[in-house]
Design a protein around this ligand. Structure first.
Ligand code: NAD
Length: 422
């Protein structure tokens, strides 16, 4: 679908960006245009109206989406986002990125994403549960371990996944854990899932610094966003000998050139609900993206590095914990500056990889110890990093273009083997 608008609207439009990234990589592959068109478009997009009984006795109708971008390599896989600004276009972009992400790490899933237009901060727990159950019930003919497997995303969590398991299971008349991932451990979750995305970031950063011959010991790291991905990445990198010199979140930011005490900061953030005012450092005075560091980890939102600030990025490595933090215009500037970007579809794929392990464990009914999960994750991520790096060196393209090339080739190969049903 073409995206219209001014240049800046275009630069910040995730769907336009996902399509640009796809097109750039696809143009370098000698593949039939018709096949590329098949895999570029979302397979199916569903819009539902969700009536919910509110606590005050009124009825409100919310809008929900589910996009299955691809089911070529396996069931659609991707999170559900609750946010007032959710749009169908954004969900389409996120669903497409999931297809490429699953292909880059070579797990047998396609790509999907869902969302509900709502502000969860303004809903009671009961309203949130009823909204979630109605969404799950309305989409229960799409969802299923063999067809479409949701997971948490922005503003959704393990509790919401447990409600979806329960709703789906009531409709199916049997307990079915494998219908979603990111569940609580007690409800079929996997050991290591909470830390998986940050751990994957660590594995990618290790590989990148080895490739660039830049020692990780004492490397200066700045982290934007100190939620699940940001805090786990910071913690594991600090344990690997790196120095976390700056951290920011919605509350503000904190810096310490000698390195922040990450364990203390995690405790502080949990108590105060933000990093601002942390006594182990000084307030940040510049935007974190421009902080003087060796490794920058955007782990918050989309569109944080744009054509306006990319020139001021001082890091040697940008490790994208978030989805879509760098716009394609910014990518060009970073490439010119020699910044090594580990693209989101590779760098944050640890989460979906362990989601795959969770789904496998649910279907086996056998649960692995955390060490086994982490070892398998490391093997998968290191292999994916090396596949992408090899493609990048072979075609003299940046890591993002290379990751898309690897992913597109893998999806096309399956279509060619399966054929297109009449
Ligand atoms: P989260 O809600 O746990 O944390 C988000 C963090 O970003 C919070 O610390 C918040 O304060 C911070 N933040 C928000 N706005 C900010 C701003 N303007 N400046 C600085 N910080 C800001 O979310 P998460 O699960 O850590 O996800 C973060 C990103 O990683 C998202 O883009 C998400 O899609 C992506 N991601 C997450 C996973 C996962 O497994 N959790 C997997 C893949 C990708």
């Amino acid at each position: 679908m073409a995206v219209e608008g001014t240049n800046i609207q275009r630069e910040l439009n995730p769907l336009a960006n996902a399509e640009r990234q796809f097109d750039e990589a696809a143009s370098r592959l000698n593949l039939p245009a018709g096949l590329l068109e098949v895999i570029r478009r979302p397979r199916r997009a569903t819009i539902v109206s969700l009536p919910v009984a509110m606590d005050d006795g009124t009825l409100r109708v919310f809008t929900g989406y589910r996009v299955q971008h691809s089911v070529v390599r396996g069931p659609a896989k991707g999170g559900i986002r609750y946010h007032p600004q959710v749009t169908l276009e954004e969900i389409e972009a996120l669903a497409a990125w999931m297809t490429w992400k699953c292909a880059v790490v070579n797990i047998p899933f396609g790509g999907g994403k869902g969302g509900i237009v709502c502000d969860p901060d303004k809903l009671s727990k009961g309203e949130l549960e009823r909204l979630t159950r109605r969404y799950a019930a309305d989409l229960s003919d799409l969802f299923g371990p063999e067809s479409d497997v949701p997971a948490p995303d922005v503003n959704t969590n393990a509790q919401i996944m447990a409600w979806i398991v329960d709703t789906y299971s009531m409709h199916e008349r049997r307990t079915e854990y494998a219908v979603v991932t990111g569940k609580p451990l007690e409800v079929g979750g996997s050991a290591g899932r909470r830390e998986a995305t940050g751990r994957g970031v660590l594995f990618c950063v290790r590989e990148a610094s080895a490739h660039l011959q830049m020692p990780l010991a004492n490397a200066r790291v700045a982290v934007q966003g100190f939620g699940n991905v940001g805090s786990v990445s910071a913690d594991l990198l600090a344990k690997d000998g790196a120095r976390i010199v700056a951290v920011s979140d919605v509350s503000g930011g904190v810096q310490n050139p000698n390195g922040l005490d990450v364990a203390e900061l995690i405790r502080y953030v949990a108590d105060r609900r933000g990093a601002a005012g942390f006594p182990g450092g000084k307030p940040l005075t510049t935007p974190i993206v421009e902080h003087d560091c060796d490794i920058l980890i955007p782990a918050a939102l989309e569109n944080q590095i744009t054509h306006e600030n990319a020139d001021r990025v001082r890091a040697r490595i940008v490790a994208e914990g978030a989805n879509g933090p760098t716009t394609p215009d910014a990518d060009k500037i970073l490439a010119r500056k020699g910044v090594f970007v580990i693209p989101d579809i590779l760098c944050n794929s640890g989460g979906v990889t362990v989601s795959y392990f969770e789904w496998v464990q649910n279907r086996m009914g056998l649960y692995w110890p955390e060490r086994e999960v982490n070892d398998r994750l490391e093997h998968t991520m290191v292999q994916a990093f090396r596949d992408v790096l090899a493609k990048s060196l072979e075609h003299r393209v940046d890591m993002r273009v290379a990751a898309f090339m690897v992913a597109i080739e893998r999806v096309v190969k399956v279509i060619m083997l399966r054929g297109v049903y009449a």
